[in-house]
Ligand binder design. Structure first.
Ligand SMILES: Cc1cc2nc3c(=O)[nH]c(=O)nc-3n(C[C@H](O)[C@H](O)[C@H](O)COP(=O)(O)OP(=O)(O)OC[C@H]3O[C@@H](n4cnc5c(N)ncnc54)[C@H](O)[C@@H]3O)c2cc1C
Length: 281
């Protein structure tokens, strides 16, 4: 039978991580338990679920927002601040699993698993998020695109824990968009995900971020498409952005979808986002 520890503070959790590098860090367990039968039982668990220090959503005075790693999707969905300020994150949380998964699954668990189909992950790209990691030497912040280093690989060191996601203040007039395409309308695993933000001024795209999920070994930013869009109206940008996505994105072919479908779908969803920018708000 495995040992079990439920730390009362983040310091205690880090100390346990350092003392027991072979123990498993547990949050909601919605990824870990699915894989449990295929892996040897770990000697112990460090359970972070509900750890107050890294749970919840905090607004800084300047408009920055910090989300604790142990925050569940249910908590995101119940937060007026998230509804008001981060509708794209709310949209992603709403489509993760069903209510049971939303009640247990955490933001930190999505980052810990770091699957290319993790639904919150492209959102972090589109919002310039930084991931706060804590270890025995203190805490450090890593930009999300430096955090995910490959297929289910991250910058998290063996003696570190994920503490929070930090989101910088959003520019005035930021439009937010999130869309997941799967095989069905609910409880599906993504074939393509698009998380995008933009600022449009005098009908011209001034700033844009396009995060794509499920099209590569990790969530990616469509930087060529972003560069093609800036300085153009959404309508003028559309063919340039489509071409840039075709150049930059080389999707995966797997049992959930073909590469050709993923590419066309990614292109079409991004085009739909551009179209949405022409609507007055
Ligand atoms: C039926 C079902 C449907 C699902 N649907 C979706 C979906 O639609 N979209 C989606 O993206 N995912 C989905 N998932 C996957 C899963 O729910 C999410 O990835 C969830 O966010 C995982 O969070 P958790 O707290 O349960 O993580 P856990 O299973 O507890 O942990 C996952 C990994 O993260 C590590 N970890 C967790 N917290 C920390 C931390 N603070 N520091 C360091 N490491 C940490 C763990 O060690 C482990 O490696 C689904 C899962 C199931 C079973």
């Amino acid at each position: 039978v495995s040992e079990y520890l439920r730390p009362a503070s983040l310091d205690e959790a880090v100390a346990a991580r350092v003392a027991h590098p072979d123990w498993t860090v547990l949050a909601g367990g919605t990824d870990l338990l699915v894989a449990a039968n295929q892996r040897p039982e770990p000697p112990g668990f460090i359970d972070l679920f509900g750890l107050a220090e890294i749970r919840g959503i905090e607004a800084g005075g300047d408009g920055a927002i910090a989300i604790g790693a142990a925050t569940t999707y249910k908590e995101l969905l119940e937060s007026p601040l998230i509804a008001e300020e981060l509708p794209m994150l709310r949209a992603s949380a709403r489509e993760i699993g069903a209510l049971q998964i939303q009640a247990r699954g955490t933001v930190g668990g999505n980052l810990g698993t770091s699957s290319p189909v993790g639904d919150t992950l492209p959102v972090w790209l589109a919002l310039d998020a930084e991931i706060e990691l804590v270890g025995p030497g203190g805490s450090r912040r890593v930009a999300y695109d430096q955090y995910c280093t490959g297929y289910r690989r991250t910058a998290l060191a063996a003696d570190e824990l994920i503490a929070r996601v930090h989101l910088p203040p959003r520019p005035a007039g930021l439009r937010q968009y999130w869309r997941k395409m799967g095989t069905r309308r609910a409880q599906s695993i993504s074939k393509v995900m698009v998380a995008a933000t933009a600022v449009v001024s005098d009908q011209v795209i001034e700033r844009i971020r396009i995060g794509l999920g499920a099209v590569a070994d990790r969530p990616i930013r469509a930087r060529d498409a972003e560069a093609a869009a800036v300085g153009n109206t959404p309508a003028d940008a559309e063919p340039l952005v489509r071409a840039a996505i075709r150049r930059q994105v080389i999707p995966i072919d797997d049992l959930r979808s073909t590469a050709a479908y993923r590419l066309t779908a990614a292109e079409n969803v991004v085009a739909r986002f551009l179209l949405s920018l022409t609507h007055l708000r």
